[in-house]
Design a protein around this ligand. Structure first.
Ligand SMILES: *Cc1c(COP(=O)(O)O)cnc(C)c1O
Length: 339
């Protein structure tokens, strides 16, 4: 599998494997004698731009953009999109112009949400931001911009929200191999690998990577934080199939390979839940680690709930993939206020 991936153009944005760490203090605080060992994979520590999971996808996306001779990178997202922010950072690193089409998908109109966090950073990285209302098809706007730029002698690379094209998902297929190598070094096997599910590319890529390596993608479990559960399952499965086709066309997913779980979405994408606030505070206070309010906080709340319900067995380690998104905490400062 690695051999095939290496033939694809890839722009280096990571500094090698991200660490896997055990959260022993959190295990104590959760206080369950029957807790499974809890580990985190620190994909929040990736290279540039404040870090996060999107850099793994961007290694392949920017790689292809450069290979095609593009001079501009265009993508879409919600106003506080981490993917948009990391696209801006990666484009800057690659010497590409960056345009972002950001929609008001989340109905927060306070100063912090509208100006702080990722919005501040998009500007620092030099991206051009086009703001649109929630009903606008951002990808269509992005494609129109590409046509417009082409007429002026430029060449733009366009990718949709989350960078979750099958090519982008290859970044997480590589991560699956990385996790397997780290399991080998640690001398253990994770019975569950927990990830947040937004545009589904992280889960889809990991699933394709494990499948292609002859491992079990069914040990990955994602919590949807964006789409309603049925849609999240459909999108994740379709994306996983298309990603697997890029690396191992002979291989096929079977029933039980794609596990997407509901219960942490609350009122919708970007809308805080009490369980999210608890998870963010608990992990910060017990481990000094930061989860974000839109993705990691909700997915980790799902992990805490599963442990409290005794869904996972004592000796069977679980891995939570920390996907970054720290700037989101600053954008949600008013929501975290307790007065
Ligand atoms: C985008 C994002 C996710 C979700 O990843 P997808 O591949 O879109 O499912 C999780 N956490 C953070 C911080 C993100 O920015």
């Amino acid at each position: 599998m690695l051999i095939q991936l290496q033939r694809r153009p890839r722009f280096n944005l990571l500094e090698g494997p991200t660490p896997i760490q055990r959260l022993t203090r959190l295990e104590q605080v959760l206080g369950c004698g029957g807790c499974p060992p809890i580990y985190v994979k620190r994909d929040d520590l990736t290279g540039i731009g404040g870090g996060g999971n999107k850099l793994r996808k961007l290694e392949f996306l920017i790689g292809e953009a450069l290979d095609q001779g593009c001079d501009t990178f265009i993508t879409t997202g919600a106003r506080q999109s981490n993917h948009a922010r990391l696209s801006a950072a990666a484009a800057a690193r690659a010497g590409l112009s960056c345009e972002l089409v950001l929609t008001d998908t989340v109905t927060r109109d306070d100063e912090a949400y509208q100006r702080n966090g990722n919005v501040l950073l998009d500007d620092l990285f030099g991206a051009t931001v086009r703001r649109r209302t929630a009903d606008v098809d951002a990808l269509a706007v992005a494609q129109e911009r590409a046509v417009h730029l082409f007429a002026k002698g430029h060449r733009a690379y366009v990718v949709g929200s989350g960078g979750s094209s099958p090519l982008g998902c290859l970044g997480y297929a590589v991560c699956a191999e990385e996790i397997m190598a780290q399991e080998h070094d640690l001398g253990l096997r994770f019975h569950r690998i927990i990830v947040p599910n937004g545009s589904s590319g992280t889960h889809a890529g990991l699933a394709a990577g494990l499948k292609a390596a002859g491992d079990e993608p069914g040990r990955i479990e994602s919590f949807t934080v964006l789409a309603p559960i049925e849609k999240a399952r459909t999108v994740t499965t379709e994306l996983a199939v298309r990603t697997l086709a890029l690396i191992d066309p002979a291989s096929e997913f079977v029933e039980g390979d794609i596990v997407v779980t509901d219960g942490q979405l609350g009122e919708g994408y970007g809308v805080p839940t009490d369980a999210m606030f608890e998870a963010v505070r608990l992990v910060a206070r017990s481990e000094g680690l930061l989860l974000d309010p839109v993705y990691g906080g909700k997915a980790f709340a799902g992990l805490i709930a599963a442990i409290r319900e005794g869904r996972w067995r004592k000796g069977e380690p679980v891995l939570f993939v920390m996907t970054g998104g720290l700037p989101g905490l600053f954008a949600y400062e008013p929501a975290f206020r307790r007065d």
